[in-house]
Design a binder for this molecule. Structure first.
Ligand code: SAH
Ligand code: SF4
Length: 370
C-alpha cells in the first residue's frame, strides 16, 4: 500500500486521517505543527505524540518533499532548487531575499500548456500537474533549508514571508491541487502566511479566476503583456479564448473578495513589440475601471526566443506614462540571472531531458531541520 504523503493534506484532510486512526482530532494540529512549522521529516521526533500513534502513522503515512537535484545560490543572495518530480520531469523553486521580506517563487505544473510566445516553460509544453504535496513540498523544503542555513531554530521565526505562484506552470489550470496548497500556506498551524502575501499569477483563465475567488481568495497577479486583443492574441494565445474585455470583467469581480484592493498586472517588456508610448497610453484606457498596479518585467532571453528586452530608457519612458496617469508602476529587478532563476528562465535547465540522468549523479541532499 502506498503511504499517504502528509505534505499534501490540508487541515481538514489531516483531521480526517487522524480520526480514521481512532485518535482525537486535536492530534491533527499537533501533527501539522511538527510537519510544517518545525520541518519534521519523520515521526520519531514527534515526542508529544503517543508512541502508538507514531507507530500507526509510520505504517500509513510519510513526509516526502521532491528530491533536490541541484541547489544553487546567486551572488545576489537568491537561491534556486531544481527538483525531481519523477519520470524525467524537473521543476524549480526560487527564493528571493529583500530587506523587508523573503519571497519564494514556486511551480505548479511541470511545463505549461499555454505556450506564451516569450516563455521558455511554454516552449517545453505541458507535462503534468503537480500534486498538492509537490507544491507544498517546495515551501517546506525551502523554508526549513533556509532556517538551517541561517541558524534559526525557533518554530515561529520564518524566513519566507511571501509566496508567489509564478514559477513553472499556470496555477489556475491546476486549481484542485493549488487550493489545498494555498490553505496550508495560510493555516496558522502550518505556514501562517497572510492572504495578502500569497500571490497567484495567471495568464487569464477567466472562469478559474472566479473559482479562486470562491474557494480561496489570495492576492492576484494577471499577466497582461499587451493593451489590445490583436497583440495579446499573439503573445498569450489564451487571449483568443478569453479576450481582454472578459479578463477585465473577471478582475473587477475578483476585487470584490480579494484581500488587496488592487490587481497586479504583469507586463513583460519586449523590444519593439509591446513597449511603445502608444501601448502605454492604450493600457491606461484599458485599465481605467480596474484598480491596479503595474509590474514591468524586463524580458529574460533564452536560446531561440528571437525576442529582445526593451532598453532601460524605453522601460523608464513607458513606466513614466503609466505613472503620470496615476497608475502605480514598478519595474522588476532581475534577480538570480547567474543561476538562471530569473522569470521565464526556469525551464532552461530542464529542457534537455537527456542530461537529467547525469545531473542526478551529482544530487545534493537537502537540509532538514527536524
Ligand atoms: N503561468 C503564470 C505564472 C507563471 S509565469 C502566468 O503566466 O502568469 C510568471 C511570470 O513570468 C508571468 O508574468 C510571465 O509572463 C513571466 N515570464 C514568462 N516568461 C518570461 C521571460 N522570458 N522573461 C520575463 N518574464 C517572463
Ligand atoms: Fe505558461 Fe505562464 Fe509561461 Fe504563459 S507565461 S507559457 S502561462 S508559465
Amino acid at each position: 500500500m502506498d503511504r499517504v504523503n502528509l505534505l499534501g493534506l490540508d487541515a481538514a484532510e489531516l483531521k480526517h486521517l487522524v480520526e480514521g486512526l481512532d485518535e482525537k482530532s486535536f492530534r491533527a494540529r499537533q501533527l501539522s505543527r511538527w510537519i510544517h512549522r518545525r520541518g519534521a521529516a519523520g515521526f520519531d521526533a514527534m515526542t508529544d505524540l503517543a508512541k502508538s500513534l507514531r507507530g500507526k502513522l509510520a505504517q500509513c503515512a510519510q513526509i516526502a518533499a521532491p528530491v533536490v537535484l541541484r541547489d544553487s545560490t546567486s551572488v545576489d543572495g537568491s537561491r534556486k532548487w531544481l527538483l525531481d518530480v519523477g519520470q524525467g520531469n524537473a521543476i524549480e523553486a526560487v527564493f528571493i531575499p529583500e530587506d523587508d521580506r523573503g519571497t519564494l517563487c514556486i511551480s505548479t505544473q511541470a511545463g505549461c500548456a499555454m505556450n506564451c510566445l516569450f516563455c521558455s516553460t511554454g516552449k517545453q509544453g505541458f507535462n503534468r500537474n503537480l500534486t498538492t504535496a509537490e507544491i507544498v513540498g517546495q515551501l517546506w523544503l525551502a523554508e526549513h533549508a533556509l532556517r538551517a542555513a541561517n541558524g534559526i531554530t525557533a518554530e515561529h521565526e520564518r524566513v519566507i514571508s511571501n509566496v508567489v505562484l509564478m514559477g513553472m506552470g499556470e496555477p489556475l489550470q491546476n486549481l484542485d491541487a493549488v487550493v489545498p496548497a494555498l490553505r496550508l500556506m495560510l493555516d496558522g498551524d502550518a505556514y501562517g502566511l497572510s492572504r495578502r502575501r500569497v500571490t497567484v499569477s495567471t495568464s487569464g483563465l477567466v472562469r478559474q479566476i472566479d473559482k479562486l475567488a470562491e474557494q480561496c481568495p489570495v492576492a492576484l497577479a494577471v499577466s497582461l503583456h499587451a493593451p489590445n486583443d490583436a497583440l495579446r492574441d499573439r503573445l498569450v494565445p489564451l487571449n483568443r479564448k478569453h479576450p481582454l474585455r472578459e479578463l477585465m470583467a473577471a478582475c473587477r469581480r475578483y476585487l470584490r473578495v480579494a484581500p488587496r484592493d488592487f490587481i497586479t498586472f504583469e507586463y513583460v517588456m519586449l523590444d519593439g513589440i509591446n513597449d511603445a508610448d502608444a501601448h502605454a497610453r492604450e493600457l491606461v484606457d484599458l485599465v481605467a475601471d480596474v484598480p491596479c498596479k503595474f509590474n514591468l518585467i524586463p524580458f529574460n532571453s533564452f536560446p531561440g526566443s528571437g525576442l529582445a528586452r526593451s532598453t532601460a530608457e524605453r522601460m523608464r519612458a513607458f513606466a513614466q506614462i503609466l505613472t503620470a496617469a496615476g497608475v502605480v508602476t514598478t519595474t522588476r529587478k532581475t534577480r538570480g540571472d547567474d543561476i538562471d532563476a530569473a522569470c521565464g528562465q526556469l525551464a532552461g535547465e530542464v529542457r534537455d531531458r537527456t542530461r537529467l540522468s547525469e545531473r542526478r549523479a551529482d544530487r545534493i541532499p537537502h537540509v532538514v531541520a527536524a
